[in-house]
Design a protein around this ligand. Structure first.
Ligand code: CO
Length: 134
């Protein structure tokens, strides 16, 4: 079911500072900041040779990463995103195996304009898992 790691997401309290660290100190190529109101975050993608790192900053009062940053004020690894060929088939297989799909269970459009789903961290060793259909 799982393909490549599409990205690793890190929640950050200060997106400009985090972007500067990756661009200026680590020398990585970074995207422009992109506001995603539907997801309650602003994102910057760090482009690496084999994958991406997604820096996430809360956007709006109901951001899904606000509680995470309250618990982890300096930021922290938030989720890992795996690519799948067929997100609905993957969801159905996972649900049949007892895994919990977050939200209403239907794919949303993610930061790359592709369908995504999130899986409950308690079902995956404490790691929030995102699936993205390419
Ligand atoms: Co993501």
């Amino acid at each position: 079911m799982l393909g490549r790691v599409n990205h690793i997401a890190i929640a950050v309290p200060d997106l400009a500072a985090a972007t500067s660290t990756y661009r200026d100190t680590l020398g990585a190529r970074v995207s422009q900041a992109q506001a995603l109101p539907e997801h309650g975050v602003t994102v910057v993608f760090v482009e690496l040779p084999n994958t991406k790192v997604e820096l996430l900053e809360p956007l709006g009062p109901d951001s899904p990463i606000s509680a995470f940053l309250e618990k982890n004020p300096s930021g922290g690894m938030h989720h890992i995103c795996y690519e799948v060929d067929d997100i609905v088939a993957a969801r159905d297989t996972l649900k049949a195996a007892g895994a919990r799909v977050l939200g209403d269970g239907n794919p949303k459009t993610g930061a790359h304009g592709k369908p995504v789903l999130f899986l409950h961290p308690k079902d995956f060793n404490g790691t929030l898992v995102e699936l993205e259909q390419l």
